[in-house]
Design a protein around this ligand. Structure first.
Ligand code: ARG
Length: 455
């Protein structure tokens, strides 16, 4: 039986009921719906809108429904229109008329706007510790590999020497920003829409501040139309989650490359790899690939939300029911990805030798060689050109800057002396990169420690 009987002469068509219903996905908000109703009933009583007796019946009834759902004694009816209808219907069947008074001065429009805020607040709060765990793993690994020289890349070409710890901390910085973005969106969302009614508030003497406070909000929304029709927070959170996925996906891409025989910079633990059904030698980075692939789902969720919202006039429209599946899926996907990704990173084996060997090839110390000439007084542009000639000579003769004899150096520029071999030593090249944000091992340890101190 629908709540909106009275005006209607027959029941909704069965298949249309399924189409119209949101119970399959909004039942996830049962606890928030009940908590919101408890705060609403308490406020109605404090304002003299319902009696003390009715309020007590409502609170006891709602608590019993909550307990029964949690214990499994009460199964949420899949035929119900939505979670709000289900809870109110169940309450009324248990306590009679008092249950029918709960919805005084309230609409499902401000109710759902409340429930989704409360739900997403919890979702956001529970995701942040997962991101913190990932950052902690990265910082600890960064300290462990603060001296592990590897080639840094631009254009996927070996560019300059860095240490592996610095590379890992780059991701820690991204995930720190993700935490900020999620917290920020959460703070902007934390205003209570209850009291906005269907769209135009109410004539009852309600106390909106009271319910807002009881439910842990920082204040109330200030326009009833906006209160029921704002879903900016869903979009902001989906955006923040999309960026989490961008970061996880870029990281996954590197993991996949690093696992290949072409790189062999790392090896994933067997518990986080898969085999092939036909090729006995294969060990595949499926988890990283799936994370990279699942980023598409979350971007899709963001696009769903943007598209749903872009053309709907004020105030509530049923289109907005589409918000929940999208934003819940985004949270579920990110959570699932992090659950597999964090231990995968934590247990990977770092093949330092291979990184060091790769760093020895590709002339990644060429800039340092040019800088050596600059230290001898040559203008950088001339030093750059001289070093370029040396690199060309080395490539032709299958040499490296380390193995190139000093006579050859001097032929190109007589400012060279034996000191160049120290200047281009890869360990020295990274040790000397001490400016703020640069990859010297000391910097890496200091930054990792300062991040770890925050948690
Ligand atoms: N299930 C609805 C939703 O998620 C609840 C609000 C329904 N309001 C209405 N006026 N039909 O949006």
């Amino acid at each position: 039986m629908k709540l909106w009987t009275g005006r209607f002469e027959k029941e909704i068509d069965k298949k249309t009921n399924d189409f119209n219903s949101s119970i399959s996905f909004d039942q996830r908000m049962y606890k928030e719906d009940i908590t919101g109703s408890m705060a609403h009933a308490t406020m109605l009583c404090a304002q003299g809108i319902i009696s003390e007796e009715d309020k007590d019946k409502i609170l006891d009834g709602l608590q019993a429904i909550l307990d029964d759902i949690e214990s499994g004694a009460l199964v949420i009816d899949p035929e119900a229109e939505d979670i709000h209808t289900f809870v109110e219907g169940e309450l009324t069947s248990r306590i009679g008329d008092a249950g029918k008074r709960l919805h005084t001065s309230r609409s499902r429009n401000d109710q759902v706007a409340l429930d989704i805020r409360l739900t997403l607040r919890n979702e956001a709060e529970s995701l942040i510790p997962m991101l913190e765990d990932l950052i902690k793993v990265l910082c600890n690994k960064a300290k462990q590999y603060s001296k592990t020289v590897m080639p840094g890349y631009t254009h996927m070409q070996r560019a300059q020497p860095i240490v592996f710890g610095h590379h890992l901390l780059a991701y820690a910085e991204m995930f720190l920003r993700d935490i900020d973005r999620i917290s920020d969106a959460k703070a902007r969302m934390n205003y209570c829409p209850l009291g906005s009614g269907a769209l135009a508030g109410t004539t009852y003497d309600i106390d909106r501040e009271m319910t807002a406070k009881a439910l842990g909000f920082d204040g109330v929304t200030m326009n009833s139309l906006d209160g029921v029709s704002d879903r900016d927070f869903c979009i902001e959170l989906a955006n923040a989650l999309s960026l989490v996925m961008v970061h996880l996906s870029r990281f996954s891409e590197e993991i996949i490359l690093w696992c290949s025989w072409e790189f062999k910079f790392i090896e994933l633990d067997d518990a986080f790899s898969t085999g092939s059904s036909i090729m006995p030698q294969k060990k595949n980075p499926d988890i990283a690939e799936l994370v990279r692939g699942k980023s598409g789902r979350v971007f899709g969720d963001l696009m769903t939300l943007l598209t749903v919202m872009k053309g709907i006039p004020l105030a509530y429209n049923k289109d907005m029911q589409e918000d929940k599946e999208a934003i819940f899926d985004a949270f579920d996907t990110v959570r699932m990805c992090l659950t597999a990704f964090i231990p995968m990173i934590d247990t990977m084996t770092v093949l330092e030798e291979n990184m060091r060997n790769a760093a020895a090839k590709g002339f990644i110390n060429a800039t340092d060689c040019a800088d050596f000439l600059v230290s001898k007084g040559l203008p950088f542009r001339d030093a750059y050109k001289a070093t370029g000639e040396l690199v060309a000579f080395c490539i032709k003769n299958n040499l490296t800057l380390e193995t190139l004899p000093i006579e050859e150096y001097k032929k190109v520029c007589d400012l060279f002396d034996d000191g160049v071999y120290t200047a281009i030593n890869l360990e020295k090249c990274v040790n000397d990169r001490t400016c703020l944000g640069a990859p010297s091992p000391d910097n890496v340890v200091a930054r990792a420690n300062s991040i770890l101190e925050r948690f």
